[in-house]
Write a protein that binds this ligand. Sequence first.
Ligand SMILES: C[S@@+](CC[C@H](N)C(=O)[O-])C[C@H]1O[C@@H](n2cnc3c(N)ncnc32)[C@H](O)[C@@H]1O
Length: 303
Amino acid sequence: MFKSIRQHLYFLKWYAQVRLLGRRRPLQTVLFVGDACNLRCKHCSVVPKEGTPCRKKDYETIAQELRRCYALGSRFVDFEGGEPFLWKDGQRDINDLFDLAREIGFFSTTVTTNAQIPFEPCRSDLVWISLDGVGAYHDKIRGEGAFARLEKNIALSSHPCLNANMVVNPLNVDAVEDTVRFVADHPKLKMLSVNFHTPFPGTEDLELDWDTRCRVIDRLIALRKKGAPLMNTASGLRRMKDMRFKKRCWVTNFVMVDGAFCPQCLGSEFGLCERCGFGMASEMAGLWNLHPETILAGLKVRM
Ligand SMILES: C[S@@+](CC[C@H](N)C(=O)[O-])C[C@H]1O[C@@H](n2cnc3c(N)ncnc32)[C@H](O)[C@@H]1O
């Protein structure tokens, strides 16, 4: 109860600082723990090409990075990779990083996983499971057998807050509705966040044409109205149809695999903001304008 009041007060203070005083302070951090992965997904630009060595940060480096982000103002952290559940440093594993983040003072932790290995026990507050379609659609992007392993490992998990994250591209665009239904019917998955492929260098061929993207968005808004468990808000989805809103992506800072601190998503450096597919970018715009639907959705996920 007190914790929750403290967290809400912090949010009000942060909002006053950024909105009224014009300061740019991150509220959320995406921290890459390394780039080793057990999959080679077609749309991924993070994992190194065959033959290039993988990188892994040690515990102390991550501790310093977390403290620096906290000092900047961040209070939510998402651990990313590579595959975060492969991360180890001596006796420590990814769970020690979730504990560390909370010890430092972060309000909550999330982790994004491909669910190819069992991820239980998992002490992160929330788990994002990357789900790029049902069955063969998922495997077309993530490799044969990936969907079966994901299903098995979700079944083995007793985590109370499992959510799915889909990235739509031409290979799985026909699977969007089935994926929404899959999550709605799944006894363990709570919500689905739908994103579109962002064409980072080397993955441009997986960008969806804009008309198709708008059609998918209209369909998602209709499904949402009927009660589909979509994390994206209707207003957030609508904004993704033209991307003409003012971007506030500095609300999330990034700590990259090489330790670089980026004040916002690398998409801006590549000039991709107008073609961005990350649902979070448009949800940030809603949060900035205190759109009640966005605040409610954010609270539901984070608190
Ligand atoms: C890079 S992966 C790393 C975590 C983990 N290995 C996994 O597969 O979930 C993190 C998330 O980014 C998404 N992603 C990768 N490339 C993307 C792109 N170009 N546009 C949008 N999302 C992307 C993935 O689908 C995944 O949900």
